[in-house]
Write a protein that binds this ligand. Sequence first.
Ligand code: AHN
Ligand code: ZN
Length: 335
Amino acid sequence: MKKRKMIMAASMLVLLSAFSCGGGTKASGNTGGKDTDVAVETVQVPTFNADSAYQYVKRQVDFGPRVPNTGGHVACGNYLAAQLEAFGAKVTNQYAELIAYDGTLLKARNIIGSYRPEAKKRIALFAHWDTRPWADNDPDAKNHQTPILGANDGASGVGVLLEIARLIQGQLPELGIDLILFDAEDGGAPQFYKGEHKEEYWCLGSQYWARNPHVSGYNARFGILLDMVGGPGSAFLKEGYSEQFAKDINKKVWKAAARLGYGSTFVDEAGGYVTDDHLFVNRDARIKTIDIIPYNPDGDFTDTWHTLADNMEHIDRGTLQRVGQTVLEVIYKER
Ligand code: AHN
Ligand code: ZN
């Protein structure tokens, strides 16, 4: 018993000294001594600030709808690139003219913020920053042509990534990190369109990036896509394509969430299949990538999905917190 206590005390000392070095991610307590012969791996995972993330969501929503070829879209894109730069990321802007389902040419911009750009071991974190041009799932049909604010559908994932960028600037994780903000995700054919509905009408920015990565020969150990991660009471099941392409990553992330006590938000059950940016990252870029998205096997997203109610009133700091802290837990513990 006594010896145990001494080992505990020794470990605490090692932990404390790791703290005082600031930013030290490794502490080896293995000094060859008898009682202190314990190897201690300490990783300090930063604490996600949900108020901060909430403000980054609101900043985007304050631009109004971020529909390609509009002023709000241009202004928000400039804000996002400037914010990533202010957080010390190396920013790459990928401009492309992409063709929408109806032939419209979209002036699109994928925005990439990289940390340790020279590191070979990398993790990619994704979200889309554009918003749906139509509230085509609104309960009131007269709103179907009106663009949505996309507080949850778009801004929430980006807001979480901006808060992660802020924290990364203060303490770099061991692996290189790329925050990849896709454009033109949400222009898939509207429900009222009478023609054919093809899956390639969605996710135009990610399809472009998957074929033309911002760095030639780009690769990452794995990727995590955040989509609609700010709804009140949201539960995340293991999405179908994620499980198909990247089962081990789903396992890693849901296990991290369980360690943090978020087992009722990250539910260890099978969800439905969603045509989302991760599908093209998996298929075309061949980077195993999961989607954290509230989607159940019945094919339902949240109530506000593609409605005018997707606004700041339906953003919950608790959900942002649980998702953000889980992603941090994963990326800081990766070696
Ligand atoms: C489909 O409904 C086919 N995909 C949904 C992907 C999406 C839209 N994510 C956010 N908005
Ligand atoms: Zn959407």
